[in-house]
Design a protein around this ligand. Structure first.
Ligand code: PLP
Length: 414
């Protein structure tokens, strides 16, 4: 049995413990297990926002674009996050949101394939995150009959779909419900051998599980900015294109700030080199100021420390759930093998959504996803093993006393 003392001992070995101080603490009694949904606020963000508002906007107005380097924030932020993604600094940019970046990268990947008329299929997970499915459906809808969507249900079906009729695969690296994580390198290798492009949505793995986009042969990827990456509500998302695939075609959304000569206001479009062509129009300057404070923290994180901490949290949580709540009906809904799990741990338990609400009332912030899973998202930067022990102890009490039956927990929040 894992004891509270065991958890304290693990925390004493935590190589990322010092980084916890760089984030605003949780209110007393609250345990945030929602990094898969909304990351923590960096302490430096408030002062950085004040400077952006007063020392930059108010003091310089339009001239702040130059004196405060607002225009280059997307590349600066991308470069700072590159380490935790296992990418090169010039392969990542922070721009728009995840959906828009998925659209842009998928359309760009299709442009690289369009010459091969046999390749008509865009493959995606039927029960993937809705936006991933909608992006594919949109490309097919507006594709003038050039593309067909090919959804699949079981991961085992994917290899057979990587053939000469497939142009593109859109995959969530880790599933938003179960946390099932694909073997990225293996999928990339098979896809490459079959001439198929892959766009990865790494929203539920990046910043939790160390990624090796470059090393695992990834060509295109996107990451939500406000989850594990702590960019703040409404933060830009990250887009990644492998170096050798940049500058091969026009971006899907050409715009003036992604022009090769953006300050000379030419009406004929010419894409800016590299990732900059993914910038279409004006970026969210104030939001980027906040995100830069998180990116600066991430730039300090050694991926090996992240690997140790996240694995340790995830394995500890699975064991605690089994040991303390197994007899009360809790079962794991995520893969039991850590290497097949993304950032969170999903489990089923009596009460489902109302149990998640009862946890919230008790200060444990997880999230429920229909039809039946509770998700605990694990931030390696801010979470301790002791907190996991306490959260599971509170869950045990809720289940043992069947507190979730209280009618005030009937309405389940997002
Ligand atoms: C897998 C996945 N992709 C994308 C998003 C968010 O997309 P966007 O940044 O466009 O809101 C989410 C949000 O929960 C997600 O879970």
């Amino acid at each position: 049995m894992i004891t509270l003392a065991d958890c304290s001992a693990l925390d004493a070995r935590d190589p990322l413990a010092a980084l916890r101080e760089r984030f605003e603490p949780a209110p007393a009694g609250t345990i945030f297990l929602d990094a898969n949904s909304m990351g923590a606020l960096p302490k430096a963000a408030g002062e950085r926002m004040r400077r952006a508002l007063y020392d930059e906007w108010s003091a310089h107005r339009r001239h702040a674009w130059t004196v405060a380097d607002w225009l280059d924030a997307p590349q600066r932020i991308g470069a700072a996050y590159a380490r935790v993604l296992g990418a090169h600094a010039d392969e990542v940019i922070a721009v728009d949101n995840t959906t828009l970046n998925l659209h842009k990268l998928a359309a760009y990947a299709l442009a690289l394939t369009a010459g091969d008329a046999r390749r008509r299929r865009i493959v995606h997970e039927r029960e993937g995150f809705p936006t991933d499915c909608h992006v594919v459906q949109g490309l097919v809808h507006h594709g003038g009959g050039r593309w067909d969507a090919q959804p699949f249900d079981d991961p085992a079906e994917l290899p057979a779909l990587l053939g000469p009729e497939t142009a593109l695969v859109v995959l969530s690296h880790a599933d938003y419900r179960s946390a099932f994580r694909w073997d990225m390198a293996a999928v990339n290798a098979r896809a490459r051998a079959a001439g198929v492009r892959v766009v990865w949505d790494c929203s539920h793995s990046a910043g939790a599980v160390p990624l090796d986009l470059a090393g695992s042969g990834a060509e295109f990827a996107v990451v939500c900015g406000y989850k594990y990456l702590c960019g703040g509500p409404g933060a830009a998302a990250l887009a990644y294109i492998r170096r050798d695939l940049q500058d091969r075609a026009w971006p899907a959304l050409p715009g003036w700030l992604g022009h090769a000569d953006r300050m000379n206001f030419r009406v004929d479009y010419a894409p800016a080199p590299g990732m900059l062509s993914l910038v279409s129009g004006t970026m969210p300057v104030l939001q980027n100021a906040v995100m830069e404070t998180a990116a600066a923290i991430w730039a300090e994180v050694d991926p090996r420390d992240l690997a140790w901490k996240h694995r340790s949290l995830s394995e500890t949580l699975c064991t605690l759930l089994a040991e303390q709540c197994g007899a009360l009906g809790v079962t794991l809904a995520s893969p039991a093998d850590y290497d097949a799990r993304g950032g969170h741990v999903a489990f089923r338990c009596p009460g489902g959504g109302p149990a998640c609400e009862a946890l919230l009332a008790d200060g444990v912030v997880g999230s429920f996803r229909a039809p039946d899973v509770i998700r605990f998202g694990l931030s390696a930067l801010t979470l301790s093993h002791e907190e996991l022990w306490q959260a599971v102890a509170r869950l045990r009490t809720i289940l043992a006393e069947e507190r979730w039956r209280d009618p005030r927990f009937a309405n389940v929040s997002v």
